[in-house]
Design a protein around this ligand. Structure first.
Ligand code: NAD
Length: 321
């Protein structure tokens, strides 16, 4: 069994490798070659922790495994550790023997950033110039870095519920040589692409804050009850997701579906656009919306990619297990 500890991931993994791995797995999910197992998520009654498993199998790439981990809210204050903790375990699909154990913290950030970036590649207008960010927390910087690679963006605009956090995303924009402006939510009407990545339980971005032709990547809503955008927005958008079952139950679409504004059949997999079995955007004034809920196969795909990179560089630690 190979072991790739968390401390080695930053040196090994690249945004490009994460993008390629996630794009391939979205395509495999849409063609029926890969599927996610039901998610287990438990409040374990210790340290207020939420712990769970996300697993799946990619028959095309022969990747089998799970990500185990969750959220320990006291880690930072009590122990100086980050609150999100996860590890990916990969198994040999021919034998069931464990093949790798991989640190999953940075990989989670990279695979989530890759997902919105892939949605921009396939759904945003080719002439998109202004990108709007809603959110300025841990994930926001990763999402913005990856998004900026997809179009010739000339300006980043940003809004955050806690405005004092905005300098974090301003720094990313300036490092990429792109000007940044903090705006009020109606200012998002200027954006051609909007990425939302917050932990909100009520919508910030309202229907009339979004102009025709915009592509939205809603990435924060991954739990029942969370919500980032007004539900009516989904009713006149072309809605795409990673996995439809998650989109309608724990994703942004849960609210529009519950209100009867859209139904499951109105939502398409982003992988179908990647595979060419769905046309995606067909006009410059459509609003496209990607509901990125986060699936276990994304974690397995980036973990398998990092194992390959570690083996190629000869730095994967091997244990007889
Ligand atoms: P974080 O705690 O670092 O940042 C939280 C962000 O939400 C900040 O910008 C904060 O200002 C904002 N926020 C907090 N309360 C708000 C409110 N009431 N209204 C509007 N905004 C509010 O968290 P993070 O690691 O950046 O994660 C952000 C979200 O993304 C979380 O909900 C997390 O569960 C989710 N997430 C999703 C995926 C996925 O695959 N889709 C992956 C990782 C994280």
């Amino acid at each position: 069994m190979l072991i790739i500890p968390e401390r080695n991931i930053a040196d090994l993994m690249t945004r490009e490798a994460a993008f390629d791995a996630v794009e391939k797995i979205f395509a495999a999910m849409a063609s029926g070659d890969a599927y996610n197992f039901p998610v287990v998520r438990e409040a374990i009654g210790h340290e207020d922790a939420l712990y769970g498993f996300k697993g799946g199998f990619d028959r095309a790439g022969l990747t089998l495994g799970l990500k185990a981990g969750g959220y320990w809210p006291n880690n930072l204050d009590k122990r100086g550790l980050i609150n999100h903790q996860s590890t990916v375990f990969l198994f040999d699909p021919d034998t069931g023997k464990p093949s790798a154990m991989v640190g999953g913290n940075l990989l989670t950030a990279l695979r989530t950033a890759a997902a919105s970036s892939i949605s921009i590649k396939h759904l945003a207008r080719a002439d998109a110039k202004i990108i709007g960010m809603i959110g300025a927390g841990h994930q926001a910087t990763f999402q913005l870095c990856a998004a900026l690679e997809q179009r010739n963006f000339e300006k980043v605009i940003g809004w955050n519920y806690h405005p004092e956090m905005l300098p974090k995303i301003e720094k990313v924009a300036l490092e990429a040589g792109i000007p940044f402006e903090a705006v009020a939510l109606p200012g998002m009407r200027d954006a051609d692409v909007i990425v939302s990545i917050t932990s909100a339980f009520a919508p910030s971005l309202m229907d009339d804050h979004v102009s025709p032709g915009t592509h939205l990547a809603c990435m924060g809503t991954d739990t029942k009850g969370k919500q980032e955008v007004e539900a009516s927005l989904l009713a006149h958008s072309l809605v795409f997701t990673d996995e439809i079952g998650q989109s309608i139950s724990i994703g942004e679409a849960q609210h529009a579906v519950a209100k009867g504004l859209i139904s499951e059949s109105d939502i398409a997999q982003l992988g179908a656009v990647i595979n060419g079995t769905h046309p995606g955007r067909t006009s410059d004034d459509q609003i496209t919306l990607f509901d990125g809920t986060g699936v276990g196969l994304q974690d397995l795909a980036v973990a398998a990619a990092v194992v390959d990179l570690a083996v190629a560089r000869g730095i994967a630690a091997e244990v007889d297990f």
